[in-house]
Ligand binder design. Structure first.
Ligand code: AMP
Length: 629
């Protein structure tokens, strides 16, 4: 591990020289004047004065060597389509999309919100935004109207680009009605909505507002839109994520730092090179999708696979079939996908030629040992657990085979990635902890290139949220517990806050509570994350009714549960729907009125609820227990 350690040490202690070298991986239209401006901690500005562009680095820069090579490979097992776009094709499509956005008045710094499934037009629109210096905000297709409306209000986009619908496991999911509802809720809806009509879910266009993507693209076929050169710290995108309040946080990413971080990661973390094929099964609505479906592989001169489908349709070998068909070198997925595959015949893992595949990367949620072991043995390939967050933009902890090939350990995402000065600190006094001591995973600022630069429109909230929770020092809190063992391997031990992780989707329990509470029969409720063998965690809701008679009979309770689930699905999306809603007479609370979530979780997981001396009404926890019978 010597080299990994030295490499990391240099990235943090000889920061300027280290990142100056890394910065040469991308094209700078204007060279930067200094590597880092950290004069206003915790705000970090990387590559000050340098001007560059994400789209140029992802597309134009590779045209001289890769114009006719595949760049974007779209596979949809949902609508049975496959289409390979060369770098030149992508260039054409992105220019047309950029011309379309410009015609709609979108310019540098303006926001464009995308509400789209895994279709190439979504990637073209993202890159088109980057090309003209517009800031995209992609909202995950699994989110519904209330979520969407909050994001529209926060980002105030000039244009929304959407599709008529998507498809999930063969079932059409209409997007347009959810968007229309969100636009109805939004305080300042945008003037134009561009709809990419896939012919999946019929809709009535709104006259004077809705425009047709295909017609606009036709009109701008062959257009050439000049690249807008952005100063390195200008925002490239906003990506909303959940926290402990009901209000989502718009994670703001810069331009130059992000391009450099991703470009370096393609070599050091993924051991890849230009011409490789990269397959990430995430969704463009998540950070992993932004970094490793769209920008990372393309900036690294690799072809990227955009996959619309599940890991088990048409059968459990589909991922491996695609690896063989397209000669995939790097596969990036999530533990939940592997747990789904585990229910299939293991022979499917060996059905296809996987000789091109170097390693499988898994992230987004804890990777349990049995799952890691199963996939590792089944494939005979290295499994690389990597830990990061929407905020970090790229892995914080990971094995780094492009730096040094060090054995991994099941259950551990290995070591801090270069650039991240990660520590395990004491929650009570902020001091660094020693081996095997559980503490908060923190990062000493400056956060490295590629990490969030602020919360969109709210510098104060950025500082308050992330840099004030550890006493005694200004460090970034990941809000995860962790420890480092005596050999230097890191372990993640769960969240310190009320954020839960359902099948790799990060959800704020507070948001779900607000949604449940919006049902007029509910007096109050508590939503907690409970361990689940497939999804890692699921949300469970315990609600107190205004009129308990409403759930007196099993039929009445079932009916009400269904109604509330539908309400949450309508407001937040199916991802946020609790697995169960149980009705109780009271919630277990402390004498000061705080809901004892940890005790509720313990009861749900049939564990000892621990110290209950602060509990106001011991009977309340009993009721939770009974409601689970
Ligand atoms: P998100 O911002 O949606 O990517 O969620 C980030 C959170 O997911 C982290 O703060 C962790 O709680 C969890 N997470 C992500 N990757 C891992 C991993 N490899 N191991 C354990 N937890 C993870």
């Amino acid at each position: 591990m010597q080299r990994t350690r030295d490499f990391h040490y240099r990235s943090v202690h000889d920061r300027d020289a280290f990142w100056r070298e890394e910065a040469s991986r991308i094209h700078w239209e204007t060279p930067f004047e200094s590597v880092l401006d950290f004069s206003r901690p915790p705000f970090a500005k990387w590559f000050v004065g340098g001007r560059t562009n994400l789209c140029y680095n992802a597309v134009d820069r590779w045209l001289p060597t890769q114009a006719d090579k595949p760049a974007l490979i779209w596979v949809s097992t949902e609508v049975d389509r496959e289409q390979v776009y060369t770098r030149q094709d992508v260039f054409e499509e992105v220019n047309a999309a950029a011309a379309m956005l410009r015609e709609l008045g979108v310019g540098r710094g303006d926001r464009v919100l995308l509400y789209m499934p895994m279709v190439p037009e979504a990637v073209f629109t993202m890159l088109a935004c980057a090309r003209i210096g517009a800031v995209h905000s992609v909202v995950f297709g699994g989110f519904a109207s209330v979520n969407l409306a909050q994001r529209i209000d926060d980002a105030a986009p000039k244009v929304v680009v959407c599709t008529d619908g998507g498809s999930r496991a063969g079932k059409v999911v209409p997007y347009k009605p959810l968007l229309d509802r969100a636009l109805g809720l939004a305080k300042s809806p945008p003037a134009s909505v561009v709809v990419f009509d896939r012919g999946l879910a019929p809709f009535e266009p709104v006259a004077g507002r809705d425009l047709d993507y295909a017609s606009l693209r036709e009109r701008h076929r062959g257009a050439r839109v000049p690249v807008e050169w952005l100063e390195s710290s200008e925002p490239s995108y906003i990506l909303y994520t959940s926290g402990t309040t009901g209000r989502p946080k718009g994670v703001q990413r810069d331009t130059g730092g992000y391009a450099v971080a991703l470009a370096s990661s393609m070599e050091y973390l993924f051991d890849g090179r230009p011409g490789d094929t990269y397959f990430c099964t995430s969704d463009i609505g998540w950070v992993v999708g932004h970094s490793y479906i769209v920008y990372g592989p393309l900036i690294g001169g690799q072809a990227t696979i955009l996959y619309e489908g599940t890991p088990v349709r048409p059968d459990g070998a589909i991922l491996w079939k695609l690896v063989e068909q397209f000669g995939v070198n790097t596969l990036f997925s999530a533990p939940t996908a592997v747990r789904v595959l585990k229910r299939q015949d293991p022979a499917l893992l060996r059905k296809h030629d996987l000789s091109t595949l170097r390693a499988v990367y898994l992230a987004g949620e804890p990777l349990d040992e049995p799952t890691a072991q199963w996939i590792s043995e089944g494939l005979g390939k290295p499994i690389i657990d990597n830990y990061w967050q929407t905020e970090s933009g790229w892995p914080i902890l990971s094995a780094q085979p492009g730096v040094e090939k060090v054995p991994t350990r099941f259950g551990s995402p290995s070591f801090p990635v270069y650039g991240f000065d990660a520590r395990i600190v004491s929650e009570s006094n902020g001091e660094d902890l020693g081996p095997d001591q559980k503490g908060v995973v923190a990062i000493v600022p400056p956060l490295p290139p590629g990490a969030m630069s602020t919360i969109w429109g709210d510098d104060e909230r950025f500082v308050q949220t992330y840099f004030t929770s550890i006493p005694g020092r200004q460090v970034y809190s990941t809000f995860d517990w962790g420890l480092v063992d005596a050999d230097g391997y890191w372990f993640i031990l769960g969240r310190t806050d009320d954020v839960i992780n359902v099948a790799g989707h990060r959800l704020g329990t507070r948001e779900i509570e607000e949604s449940v509470n919006s049902h007029n029969g509910i007096a109050e409720c508590a939503v907690v994350g409970v361990a689940d063998p497939l999804k890692g965690q699921v949300a469970m809701a315990f609600a107190v009714l205004k009129n308990p008679a409403g759930a007196d009979t099993p039929e009445g309770a079932k009916q009400l549960e269904g109604d509330i689930m539908r309400l949450v699905e309508e407001q937040l999306g199916a991802v946020a729907r609790p697995a169960r809603i149980r009705f109780v007479g009271a919630l277990p609370k402390t004498r000061s009125g705080k809901v004892l979530r940890r005790a509720i979780v313990a009861v749900c997981e049939a564990r000892d609820p621990g110290d209950l001396t602060t509990m106001e009404d011991p009977n309340a926890l009993e009721q939770i227990k009974e409601s689970l019978q």
